[in-house]
Design a protein around this ligand. Structure first.
Ligand code: DLL
Length: 461
């Protein structure tokens, strides 16, 4: 396994961020340069070698895959090129649910060191396990992405993800420790205490969902905390979409640099891809551990390079619960040209939408991310919003609740109405369907301590 590079130029806390701001990307530390900067030929050769082994391992040990592959008439030996991955069956959440809890496990529980699960709010939870080797791969992937964000050994990292079954808390915890950081396992919630700890313990790195980071920022401001003179430098975000406007606002108000990191329980948890300091809208996929495909969500057929589609992931080393061609439902496109940070691993565009979060309102397709983008261009409102969709007299109705900034809030009916009409008009021209806009007083939209829930579709209830 890799160890932290000893020879990188920028080792002091904060120095990496300064180097990045000045465009000196070649000075930035890279956790595992041999792997992260390998040529595409080397990456693809490694992927193929691992894919062949992983398919054979999965076929041998997991009856569900053996049966499925037998039905499809495909054997492990049929995998001779990376494109042959398409011969394999897709896996989706229903397979994990139908085989709950351990039906897809390839090892006995005695070989598992940790279990995690997804929340299960929409059915049975999905449970995954990690062998000691899985744990090593996991912490390695996270150590890479935290270093990508400018974190260095000696940083003090405060956890504001929940621990427990969610993969975010423990995943980031292990990876940050692997890099050599001191962990403060505060967990989510108790926001005032978070701010006190940042000050008392000299926290330099905050790990949180972007929604919760925004809340920590606001609570700090209400407490009179001066973020400009706080020791905090880096925000490590993930677990939910991080719209560019929200990230920019947190960076500005908290005086920190934030990166957005992606992953999902079924294929590992956090650590699948992470944002570097050179390319702020994309994330490097850990290609030595994950084979990616981008497919048309309707047909499952591959889309062209650089085209938007659904991300499908095959983890290449997973031992406890191998999954082949996992359909993430997350929409993105992937680019393979080199990055200014020096890393060669492919970059995926940040996930803003899922193929299953599209709302169909009066026959028109609406993505919550479109609403987010419109609201982020309106200076009178905060990044907090909520969408309620319902049916009235057989017709879809939808309301966008958006929160006024304190400086925009006034008693004047005319000025409030003008803001509302402006928002309604902009939403209508983007979405092509008109919502009712409700302006909510500052602080009126509920804050999340984990992942924010923006949509309440009452038609499904
Ligand atoms: O959210 C894993 C994670 C934890 C990633 C912490 C990063 C940091 P799940 O709870 O299984 O796992 O949720 C996975 O959340 O399919 C995406 O739809 C969404 N998601 C996760 N990270 C991002 C992100 C964790 N950075 C699901 N941007 C995924 C957009 C994200 N969506």
């Amino acid at each position: 396994m890799a160890c932290a590079e000893e020879s990188f130029a920028v080792t002091q806390k904060g120095a990496a961020l300064r180097a990045a701001q000045e465009g000196r990307f070649d000075e930035l530390p890279i956790f595992d340069r041999a792997i992260e900067c390998a040529s595409r030929e080397e990456i693809e050769a490694l992927q193929l070698e691992k894919l062949k082994k992983q398919v054979a391992y999965t076929y041998e040990r997991v009856p569900w895959y053996r049966q499925k592959m037998d039905e499809m008439g495909v054997a492990p030996e049929d995998i001779q090129t990376l494109a042959d991955v398409r011969k394999l069956p897709f896996t989706d959440k229903t397979v994990l649910r139908d085989t709950f809890p351990f039906g897809l496990f390839a090892v006995p529980l005695s070989d598992v060191r940790e279990l995690h699960s997804s929340s299960g709010t929409t059915g049975k939870p999905v449970v995954v396990g990690y062998t000691p080797d899985d744990m090593d791969v996991w912490s390695d992937c996270i150590a890479r992405l935290v270093q990508m964000a400018g974190v260095v050994p000696g940083d003090v990292a405060q956890m504001a993800f929940g621990y427990g079954m969610f993969t975010g808390g423990f995943g980031l915890h292990y990876g940050l420790q692997k890099l050599g950081c001191a962990m403060i396992p505060a967990g989510s919630g108790n926001t005032e205490r978070h701010i006190q700890m940042i000050e008392d313990y000299g926290t330099t790195v905050l790990v949180a969902t972007p929604s919760y980071a925004m809340h920590i920022c606001e609570v700090g401001e209400q407490m009179g905390y001066d973020w400009a003179s706080s020791p905090l430098r880096v925000g490590l975000f993930g677990g939910e979409p991080c719209p560019p406007g929200l990230k920019a606002e947190i960076e500005r108000r908290m005086h920190i640099t934030c990166t957005d990191n992606y992953g999902l329980t079924e294929v590992m948890g956090p650590g699948v891809s992470g944002e570097c300091l050179a390319e702020r809208f994309q994330q490097h996929i850990a290609e030595d551990h994950f084979l990616w495909e981008v497919v048309d969500p309707e047909t499952g057929e591959p889309v062209g390079e650089g085209e938007m589609g659904e991300l499908v992931l095959t983890p290449l080393d997973k031992q406890a619960i191998p999954v082949l061609r996992y359909r993430t439902h997350d929409l993105t496109c992937v680019h393979t040209e080199p990055c200014a940070c020096g890393r060669t691993h492919a970059r995926m565009d940040k996930v803003r939408s899922r193929s299953d979060d599209m709302l169909i309102i009066r026959g028109t397709n609406v993505f919550p991310s479109q609403i987010e983008d419109v609201l982020s261009g309106i200076e009178e409102v905060t990044p907090h919003y909520h969408i309620v969709v319902d049916t009235k007299n057989g017709m879809d109705v939808f309301t966008v609740e958006t929160e006024l900034r304190p400086e925009a809030f006034s008693d004047s009916f005319e000025s409030m109405n003008a803001i509302k009409e402006n928002i309604a008009e902009k939403l209508k021209s983007t979405l092509l369907v008109a919502p009712t806009v409700r302006l909510v007083e500052p602080g009126g939209i509920e804050r999340a301590v984990g992942k924010a829930k923006h949509v309440d579709d009452r038609r499904k209830k």
